[in-house]
Design a protein around this ligand. Sequence first.
Ligand code: HEC
Length: 176
Amino acid sequence: MRRAISLAGLGIALASVAISTGSVRPAPIKVVETYERKCSSCHGREGAMLDKDFEKKYASPSELREVVESMPGAIGMRSDELDAMMAYIRAVSRREPFVVWTGRQGDALLGEVSPATAKVEARAKREKLRVERPQSNQWRIVLPKGVRPEEVELTAQRGTLRTTLRLKDSPYSHTK
Ligand code: HEC
């Protein structure tokens, strides 16, 4: 009995650690890479062959989602993965730069940007962070000591179009 109680206590302790480290998480898929692999053969690199403002043809976001869900490349995608793909698709329709956080590697955050020509900047607590571009559609940021992912704000800019992503809100832009 005593052992059962102490295990329950441990469970509570672990749960509170999980809460105190914050709940921000990277996106469930590498969205841009997935698009290039599964969709670009028909719709062009970075969605180049999709019409500008195509989302306006649909009466509601759920109608557009149904179309994307029926795409050959979307078969077997989980609902949270499709959510992330829909965000990218909205950005393509608006011709706005898309930014997504896709993973962690030690102290570094890894992510993607589309189009590749967009410039990515990052800040945390007003301090500018250095952004590396390991590949044209990727970014990488080494977090300075004491900086947490939820404090990071990214901007992607191409021409006059600018997208801001606060990791405390979402791992990807264009959630609406
Ligand atoms: C084999 C070719 C093919 C592949 C692969 C494909 N699509 Fe499509 N897609 C089409 C065709 C054809 C249409 C137009 C017919 C329709 O609306 O069903 C379309 C329509 C769309 C539209 C609506 C565009 C508009 O102007 O209304 C979106 C958005 C879209 N696809 C996204 C995707 C995504 C995301 C993927 C990958 C997960 C994907 N497609 C994979 C052929 C493809």
